[in-house]
Ligand binder design. Structure first.
Ligand code: FAD
Length: 279
């Protein structure tokens, strides 16, 4: 397969697809050996006859042979994507967007809500791998909230992160299952369980916009500096390369200058996390 030009879609195929929760599928997509990307970036994926959508890369750079994408059915394109099966062809362009900054602070806190774990997963895997290799004592706390136990994604991986020393706090909004061992309630209600020094930590947040806003506010109040509170934002995107202006907000093109922003930047440019406030 030739090296992709990031502005041109290249045709490829699905090597494997798994249903990981109701209406959520995890795809392994064949990509050329020199297709490189970083945690936090996304690709534009198209299904002929249906359209194109931005989807976060969830595979770990330099580890996975395939490009992994996890898609929740919400509308036309995502339904078409989630009806595809092994061997089917799709079109991909990218990778696009600014990746997550990694600043080497003492402690790291991941705050994931629902499918928001998808863009954070490669960064968590990278940090856990680095931690294992360097034998660093830096703490990693992963707080992950879902609506109910059946919607928790990558449960095996979450268990592996815990085995590798991460402090994992799993919570669900509601639960009628007696065997559920995690917490209940919103993820932000459990910040007391995060074993981190908030003043010397970096937080990476992704989830529904109300969760992002609440988490950013609380972390800031607990003394974390705004430039160390990092999130990734969704916006309606068409081109993905800073040309069409669909994702323009607060003077910033979310596709090109984001989707990763710090709280410092969000305040400075008055970017409003959340779909409703975006074009
Ligand atoms: C950078 C980025 C990364 C993303 N990563 C993922 C991912 O990893 N997995 C995943 O399942 N989804 C992801 N999304 C969201 C995904 O792109 C949209 O859900 C998808 O475009 C919906 O297309 P559709 O044709 O299925 O829905 P439509 O029929 O177009 O719309 C269905 C509903 O979703 C809303 N919607 C559609 N597109 C967007 C959008 N881009 N932002 C906000 N609301 C939207 C519409 O207003 C409508 O309410 C990401 C979005 C962005 C911007």
């Amino acid at each position: 397969m030739p090296t992709p030009n990031i502005y041109l879609p290249f045709k490829t195929s699905i090597r494997d697809v798994k249903e990981v929760a109701k209406d959520v599928k995890l795809f392994s997509i064949v990509v050329p050996g020199d297709f490189t990307y970083q945690a936090g970036q996304f690709v534009m994926v198209s299904v002929l006859g249906a359209g194109e959508a931005p989807i976060s890369i969830t595979s770990t750079p330099g580890v996975s042979r395939d490009l992994e994408l996890c898609v929740r059915t919400v509308g036309h394109v995502s339904s078409a994507l989630n009806s595809l099966t092994t061997g089917d062809g799709i079109w991909v362009r990218g990778p696009y967007g600014r990746p997550f900054p990694v600043n080497g602070r003492q402690d790291t806190l991941f705050i994931c809500g629902g499918i928001g774990i998808v863009p954070l997963r490669p960064l968590i895997n990278q940090m856990m791998n680095t931690r294992a290799k360097t034998n660093k004592k830096a703490t990693v706390t992963i707080m992950y909230g879902s609506r109910n136990p059946s919607e928790v994604l990558f449960l095996d991986e979450v268990a592996a992160w815990q085995d590798q020393g991460a402090n994992v706090v799993l919570t669900v909004d509601t639960c009628q299952i007696e065997s559920w061992k995690g917490c209940t309630g919103l993820v932000t209600e459990h910040f007391g369980k995060a074993k981190v020094n908030f003043k010397n930590s970096t937080a990476y947040i992704c989830g529904p916009h109300v969760m992002i806003q609440a988490a950013m506010r609380d972390l800031s109040l607990m003394g974390m500096s705004d430039d160390h509170i990092i999130t990734t934002l969704e916006a309606h995107m068409k081109c993905g390369v800073g040309k069409c202006g669909h994702c323009f907000c607060g003077g910033k093109l979310i596709c090109e200058e984001g989707p990763v922003f710090s709280l410092e930047e969000i305040k400075k440019y008055n970017i409003k996390p959340g779909r409703d406030s975006l074009v």
